[in-house]
Ligand binder design. Structure first.
Ligand code: SF4
Ligand code: FE
Length: 509
């Protein structure tokens, strides 16, 4: 199915990875045109560079960004690893923070990682209930992925149509990805997945239901893997704020010329999934479990934003220095505030991983309460960090003339003179730093740093629902009533074994 012959080789370096993406049969539309080779498109390339960094980091820091595959015995990306202890979960977060620091954007590889970690345990439990063989099939698929060290994308978010209706109630049944035809060899699916991070930069894609399903939604309860260039798939590229700056030439105005994120809409028109790549087919009662497990992993994967935040804090501190005011007390205090917010995101994410626990399959999963708290912080704190960065940058962040003006034989000299900050700092450097802050708070990478922080892995209300479900108010009321003397203290009230849910993990020694 995959057209590029290099796919049969194991991908090791970022360069191998970039080459593996060439010459595929992808149907990608951008600005109303089909793109001949996405790898060479100036708007798409920064997103590929960001993902390539995950391979380069695995070589530069193998303990951090790679593992020995239990399936092949060879070193593969940590993004392909099924976590078998809390340390594995923690190391995912450390790798994510590092990659955020190195790229200043979304490196797109966590959705797949979190999807197959969830699928590993969900297929195991489905088999237990229904005597199916999804788990072994899924392990065989993972083995294949490990052999080539591929990028797997996870495609969950359906376009959803009328939000008040279940999939089977929609006027247009294609609002949720569904099975349209069955043969002895497999199934055909039709529908669309929205906001698909890194989909064009992946080798394979795993489609999954997006929410809890009922008995009438059986045809929507489909999980399966397809190569991204499978027959019947069309990608429509999501444009980003200031994206066409990449087509103007030059590197200053882009702010971060090398790295960017990627989201696209993926349309499936009767796409075939062979039986060997189907990991759920009709088990609607497991859809909610899959979504909840996925979010338990993915909402703490957003510690990636603390790595991106490190870059923005560095940019804010640098511009203060270039302006000659690094020691002014309110500026230092703002940098402290930004750091405090940034570390709060990291703290809750890494805590969710530390508090991970084993599922029946043996795969470890993150603590859902802390994971949701992490993601909920992420819907707010990067905005405040971004506000403070703009405060420190000054109005020039939004009024700066262009690179072409800077290089103009006549007015360039004037700009170099009048846009100077500290005498020993070249004006161009100051402009670059301001453009980086613009890029992360208003431009291309504000998509990743701000809006994706708001809506990725579920919008804020989705976390509040999960937090509300798990907050164990009855237990907390009992604590209050005992202390207030409303009820009498019993010895068993303090016994750790009596606890359940979140508190069971909090007090586990
Ligand atoms: Fe990974 Fe963060 Fe991008 Fe999601 S937003 S894919 S967690 S880098
Ligand atoms: Fe995301």
């Amino acid at each position: 199915m995959i057209s590029n012959p290099t796919h049969t080789n194991k991908i090791q370096t970022g360069e191998d990875y970039i080459n593996s993406l060439r010459g595929r049969n992808l149907k990608v539309y951008l600005f109303g045109e089909m793109i001949e080779e996405p790898v060479d498109h100036p708007i798409i390339r920064p997103s590929i560079n960001a993902l390539a960094k995950t391979y380069d980091l695995a070589i530069a820091a193998p303990e951090l960004a790679s593992v020995i595959s239990p399936f092949t015995g060879e070193r593969v990306s940590r993004f392909l690893h099924v976590c078998t202890d809390a340390k594995d979960l923690v190391l995912q977060n450390k790798m994510q923070r590092k990659l955020g620091q190195l790229t200043g954007t979304c490196f797109q590889r966590c959705v797949g990682m979190d999807a197959f970690n969830s699928l590993y345990s969900v297929t195991f439990e489905m088999d237990e209930k229904y005597n199916t063989s999804y788990h072994q099939r899924f392990k065989d698929f993972l083995t294949k992925m490990h052999r080539s060290n591929f990028v797997i994308g996870g495609a969950m978010t359906d376009v959803k149509g009328d939000r008040s209706l279940a999939p089977h109630q929609q006027a247009d049944q294609d609002m949720f990805l569904r099975i349209t035809k069955r043969t002895d060899e497999g199934v055909y699916v039709t529908g669309a997945k929205a906001h698909q991070t890194g989909c064009i930069n992946s080798h394979w894609m795993v489609v999954m239901p997006t929410m809890r399903l009922g008995e009438n939604d059986k045809d929507f309860a489909i999980v399966g893997a397809v190569p991204v260039d499978a027959e019947g798939i069309t990608y429509i590229y999501g444009r980003q704020s200031c994206d066409t700056r990449a087509m103007e030439g030059g590197t200053i105005d882009q702010g971060n010329a090398k790295y960017g994120g990627q989201e696209a809409m993926v349309i499936f028109e009767d796409v075939f999934i062979p039986t060997e790549n189907i990991f759920m087919d009709g088990e609607y009662d497991f859809a909610a479990m899959l979504v909840e497990r996925f979010t338990a992993y993915h909402r703490r994967s957003y510690v990636c934003k603390s790595g991106v935040g490190d870059v923005l804090i560095g940019a804010a501190a640098s511009i203060a220095e270039m302006n000659g005011v690094p020691k002014v007390s309110h500026i230092k205090d703002k940098l402290v505030e930004m750091t405090h917010l940034n570390e709060t995101v990291y703290a809750t994410g890494i805590a969710a991983s530390h508090q991970g626990y084993a599922t029946e399959s043996g795969a470890f999963i993150c603590d859902s309460m802390l994971s949701n708290v992490c993601k909920h912080h992420v819907t707010k704190m990067p905005y405040e960090i971004g506000r403070l960065a703009q405060d420190l940058a000054g109005g020039l962040v939004a009024t700066l003339p262009s690179e072409k003006d800077l290089n103009h034989p006549k007015i360039g000299k004037l700009l170099k003179k009048y846009l100077k900050g500290k005498a020993d700092v070249p004006t161009e450097d100051r402009m670059r730093m301001l453009r980086l802050i613009e890029n992360m708070t208003l431009g291309r990478n504000a998509v990743g740093y701000l809006t994706e922080s708001m809506h990725g892995a579920g919008s804020p209300q989705a976390q509040r629902i999960q937090i509300g479900r798990a907050m164990q108010l009855e237990y907390k009321k009992r604590l209050a009533k005992i202390i207030a003397g409303v009820v009498e203290e019993e010895k068993k009230d303090l016994v750790v074994e009596e606890l359940s849910g979140y508190f069971e993990r909090v007090f586990k020694i």
